[in-house]
Design a protein around this ligand. Structure first.
Ligand SMILES: Cc1ncc(COP(=O)(O)O)c(C=O)c1O
Length: 443
């Protein structure tokens, strides 16, 4: 707080309340995604690992990981030390108009970590949406085609071309023009199979639906864009055979296949790229969130040469040296700390614990996930599977305000766990216990 004072702001101790700062924020900040009815005002001076604090001093157990951004938790000591070490690095060198060594090394590293031996090229961005768009522009540029296949639900960002692919909430899209043409098919959502079948005995009607759509709607597809695990849309884990089917149909129609790894990538699911869980090698990969270790860093990774000529794409603030070094450091930590294996193990444990809640509560319809990306779907009852969005909202509010579990919703009636990789088994137990109490208090 002294820093703010040094910057000339008067901070009256009696105004250090959530209510005061939330009302000031509401007057100053545009209406976006903040839910001030649920969440307090975060204290930017406190926090460690998966513990965060609001400005009234309340401590929370954070299972959002900053919406999958903080791979290594808050104030991870080795991270702070590394940041200190590179304090002197020049950070005012924009990354695209001139070369510097760190971004080249980062591009080379990402090319080796991502699936496939094909020649890749990388373009850096400052957000997930732009990481998606860098790939989309490349797919259009290389193929000469402009139409995309996307899914319902899906989330790929809120700007331009990425928004055109998004379909997880009408509020994101209503009234905004469609940036590119999209053929949309159902995401393989086996708990609520839109074709009324079951995963054990289905004939991949969802894949056939894509083939049919391309036959009747037009087959000039630049790329099929898919989340390897649908995040914002409700933490939906697709069966690998369906993902493989979508890949094959895309290839039948000579389209690229793109995996949007912005939320699920960077080792969260136990693989560097979550698409590797489905044994599919995508042509394009978009990454962001955890890649920057808290800084806005994204990457579009695609087939060489990526663009047909220079200046087809660029972004001023891309991969400046300090951010590139931090990304390289985060990757090294994930490798050295064996986090891929640990994330898979911890995720399996979390699923097991959450399945206990599914056995206990009629309103817990489904529990699913890969590694440390896990969702819980709330329903009126198990038989009808009627979605229970109001109950979900109540559980989230109770979890945050009564049991100090900092958790987020996903989709219409789900919640999500995307904790930092440093979360311990005891902390996962604690989180499940807090959720258990929140459900009991809300039904
Ligand atoms: C899969 C996926 N793609 C793209 C995005 C957009 O990222 P950003 O908000 O950084 O633009 C998100 C954000 O949650 C995401 O989950």
């Amino acid at each position: 707080m002294q820093i703010l004072k040094d910057l000339g702001f008067e901070l009256d101790p009696k105004n250090m309340t959530n209510a005061y700062w939330k009302s000031r924020a509401a007057e100053a900040l545009a209406l976006t995604t903040q839910d001030r009815d649920v969440y307090g005002c975060l204290d930017h001076t406190r926090g460690e690992g998966v513990r965060i604090f609001d400005i009234e001093g309340t401590e929370y157990l954070d299972v959002t990981g900053g919406v999958a951004v903080r791979a290594l938790g808050l104030r991870y000591k080795p991270y702070l030390e590394f940041e200190e070490k590179i304090n002197d690095v020049i950070r005012e060198l924009p990354g695209m108009d001139f070369d510097a060594i760190p971004q080249t090394l980062l591009a080379e590293k990402l090319a080796t970590l991502t699936p496939g031996d094909h020649k890749k090229r990388v373009v850096f961005t400052t957000s997930g949406g732009r990481a998606v768009e860098g790939c989309m522009k490349s797919a259009m540029d290389l193929s000469g085609k402009r139409r995309f296949v996307a899914f319902r639900p899906a989330f790929h960002g809120r700007t331009g071309y990425a928004l055109a692919l998004t379909s997880s909430n009408s509020k994101h899209k209503s009234g905004f023009p469609q940036g590119v043409d999209v053929v949309r098919v159902f995401y393989p959502y086996c708990y609520r199979c839109p074709y009324g079948t079951h995963v054990e005995d289905c004939s991949l009607e969802c894949v056939e639906a894509l083939r049919y759509a391309l036959q009747v709607e037009g087959n000039d597809i630049a790329a099929t864009v898919m989340e390897p695990l649908c995040g914002e849309g409700g933490l939906i884990v697709p069966p690998s055979k369906a993902v493989q089917g979508f890949y094959e149909v895309s290839k039948e129609f000579d389209a690229y296949f793109m995996s949007d790894e912005v939320q699920a990538g960077m080792g969260r699911t136990g693989k560097w790229c979550a698409m590797a869980n489905h044994d599919v090698v995508p042509d394009y990969i978009s990454m962001a969130k955890a890649l920057g270790g808290g800084y806005p860093m994204g990457a579009s990774i695609g087939p060489a040469p990526m663009y047909t000529s220079g200046s087809r794409h660029s972004e001023t603030f891309s991969a400046e040296p300090k951010m590139s070094l931090l990304s390289l450091w985060v990757i090294k930590q994930i490798e050295d700390g064996d986090y891929l294996k640990k994330n898979a193990e911890k995720g399996a444990y979390l699923l097991k614990r959450l399945n206990e809640l599914k056995d206990k509560y009629e309103v817990v319809g489904d529990v699913r996930g890969l590694g440390l990306m896990v969702g819980v779907e709330f329903v009126k009852d198990k038989k009808s599977k009627e979605k229970a969005p109001k109950l979900r909202d109540k559980i989230v509010k109770t979890a945050v305000q009564k049991h100090q579990l900092w958790i987020l919703g996903a989709g219409q009636n789900c919640i999500r766990f995307t904790p930092s990789y440093v979360i311990t088994q005891e902390e996962l137990d604690d989180a499940v216990d807090r959720l258990d109490k929140s459900i009991a208090d809300s039904i």
